[in-house]
Ligand binder design. Structure first.
Ligand code: SF4
Length: 118
């Protein structure tokens, strides 16, 4: 039969084991996040004059939208790349996203295919 001191040791070991398991899970996840942020810093910015970017009416600042373009009429205040479903990452002025792999877009930017995050 275990005495109180043995029980404390067992519980201490379980706690340490649980902590180590948590760290083992957390470290790879944080490494992925750090890697994603580092990659975003290394990626080139999407040039608004890129033909596809122009077709999507992409701008780094919605104030620069060409109001004569019918696609620009879709813009509503508050819509930005930062709250678009296509953006990847939670921080940074420029972030990777799905439509142009290998490029970043301005978090404050916008294009005509903006869709809200769900
Ligand atoms: S799809 Fe979304 S994230 Fe990409 S440029 Fe358009 S608004 Fe920005």
């Amino acid at each position: 039969m275990a005495n109180i001191e043995d029980t404390k040791i067992v519980n201490k070991n379980l706690t340490r084991r649980t902590l180590l398991k948590s760290i083992a899970v957390a470290l790879p996840a944080s490494a992925v996040i750090l890697q994603q942020d580092t990659m975003a810093d290394d990626l080139p910015k999407l040039d608004p004059s890129d033909p596809t970017a122009m077709a999507l009416v992409y701008v780094e600042d919605p104030a620069d939208l060409d109001k004569s373009n019918p696609a620009a009429a879709r813009y509503q205040a508050g819509q930005t790349c930062a709250n678009c479903i296509q953006i990847q990452g939670d921080s940074g002025d420029y972030r990777p996203y799905g439509i142009f792999p290998g490029k970043t877009v301005a978090a404050a930017g916008w294009c005509s295919v903006w869709a809200p995050m769900t």
